[in-house]
Ligand binder design. Sequence first.
Ligand code: FAD
Length: 364
Amino acid sequence: MPTLDPSTPGNTRTCDFLVVGGGVVGLSSAVALAESGCRVTLVERAPGPGAESSGAAAGIVSLLYPWEYPQALQDLAAVSRDAYPAWCDALDAPVGWMEAGLLTFDGGHAPQSIARLDATAIAARAPAVAPPAATALWLPGVATLEPRRLAAALAARAATLGVHMRWGTVVRKLTVAAGTVTGVELDGGERLGAGAVLVAAGAWSAGLLASVGVRVEVRPVRGQVIELHGPAGLLDCVVMHGHRYLLPRADGRIVVGSTAEEAGFDSSTTADAAASLKAAASALVPATASLPVRAQWAGLRPGSPDGMPRIGPTPEIRGLWLNLGHFRNGITLAPGSAELLAALVTGRETRVSSAPFLPWAQHL
Ligand SMILES: Cc1cc2nc3c(=O)[nH]c(=O)nc-3n(C[C@H](O)[C@H](O)[C@H](O)COP(=O)(O)OP(=O)(O)OC[C@H]3O[C@@H](n4cnc5c(N)ncnc54)[C@H](O)[C@@H]3O)c2cc1C
């Protein structure tokens, strides 16, 4: 079997890659690697795609407060945003894409170049909103999608490209010989060999990597959301205040998010979070006060310092690659991250500087 020489990013020979994780990051990586000519196997312990953080996400395609992030992350988000429409077109199923725009009352530190709306303009843009401040920021380029549909569509695309996907399959550990990754060992003892392994296991990545002596700063950060069902058209843009947002779907569903909790690997939901999210929604859009909570769910974000993902080969083990740590922005950053990863693997030019995302990059 031809293998990638993992010590040489930029190797363009046919390679075989084993991807651990069937969230949006693992799936988009598998698609990008397969499109680049790699033979790819993806292993996911859940029965289907997007079962963890990716399926729990609201689906805002934008950094929530872009100006608070390092420039490199803003650049990766811009490349992703640029790529998204064509990326979605290449998928066989619709992902609920909406050019919604975002109205935020949290713009205290935003640059003056972003449009500010006064009370009249706010009322025209979002009549259902009770403005908590005299002005708001309007970000017209913010889009939304349905993350579970995205994950399913990416899995279908991967299948079309010949990616072999093993659902309901737990990777127990990575296997390494003489400083080179050789594959993975599954629960039950079966070993899968591979020329290179990509860890895209979200919040669980640090544990998997620690077993082979690779340290990454990724921790679970729980996020909870509730879903309301209102009349279609009550809202037609995302609105945000006090780190709470309401995201409308075309059929009247409204996702209200989200909490950020240090709760370890506990992904249960709480009544307190539901009450807090409902109160925030009612304050910002009073017509939602009478809407029942139709659903509540939680996910564990792959929290990383500064929200900076790690993308690229590890220096410690040849053939071991990372695409992880997207924290609050994995849906937003998935296309750009997958493109960057595949460019590093095949030696193509990258559209953003890879340096800030490499596994050994230092973040202050
Ligand atoms: C409430 C909430 C709202 C969010 N809203 C947004 C948003 O609006 N926009 C946005 O951009 N981002 C949002 N996010 C963040 C986004 O969900 C994450 O950044 C993104 O989903 C991370 O994707 P991932 O594939 O790295 O992780 P995951 O989706 O968690 O996937 C990792 C996968 O690895 C699998 N896995 C782990 N260990 C193993 C193993 N040993 N063997 C086999 N499989 C394994 C897991 O089962 C899991 O499916 C939100 C997150 C939450 C929780």
